[in-house]
Design a protein around this ligand. Sequence first.
Ligand code: TMP
Length: 211
Amino acid sequence: MARARFITLDGMDGAGKSTNLAVIKDWFEANRLPVLFTREPGGTALGEALRGLLLDPATRCGLRSETLLMFAARQEHLAQVILPALQKGIHVVSDRFTDATFAYQGGGRGVPAADIEILENWVQGGLRPDLTLLLDVPTEIAIQRVAAVREKDRFEQEEAAFFGRVRQAYLDRAAAAPERYAVIRSDLPPEDVCRQVEQALVQAFSDWWAV
Ligand code: TMP
C-alpha cells in the first residue's frame, strides 16, 4: 500500500481556510479515502488548552515562550494524533502546521528562522508535510474579512504591517520549496479556488491509485 499523505492547509487569518477545508473534505469523501482532519494549535487535550491561552487577547507572552508553546502543542499533536494515523494508513489534513510558526512567530514577530528550524528538527525529526495548500490573498482583503466576521483573537488584533510580514514569510517559504507547496489564490471566484485546491490534491495523490 502507498504511504498515507500528510497535508496541511495554511495562510493568513482571513485567507479563506474554512471555505477551503469544506472543499478538501468533499474531495476526500468523493474519492473514498480514509482521512483525519485536525488543527493547530490544538488537536489534543493539551493542545486545545494551549490554543485557548495562545489566542486569548488577555495572555501576555514573550516571543520565545509563544514559539515554544506552539511546538509543545505540536509535539503532543504529532505523538498522539498525526503519527498514529499516518502509521495506520490514514491520511491527515491539518488546519495549520509549522509553516504558521515560520510565518507568524518568524515573519510576523521576528523570531529567527534558524531558531524555529532547530525546534522543527527536534520535534518533527524528518517529518514534513507532503503537500501544503497555501491560501494567499492580498493583505488588505484578509484584514477586511477578519474585521467583518468576528471578535478578534490575540493574533488577529495585530496591525496591518504584521500581516504583511506574515504573508511574505509564507510566500518566501513556498518559493523556496515549490515542490511541496500549492499556492492558491483565494480571492478568485469560488469555483476557480475550488479547482485549484482539487488540482493540487489530485497531483499529491497521483501515484496513489497507480500502486
Ligand atoms: P486559526 O486556526 O483560527 O487560524 O487560529 C490560529 C492562530 O494561531 C492564527 O492566528 C495563527 C496562529 N498560529 C501561530 O501564530 N503559530 C503557529 O504555529 C500556529 C499553528 C498558529
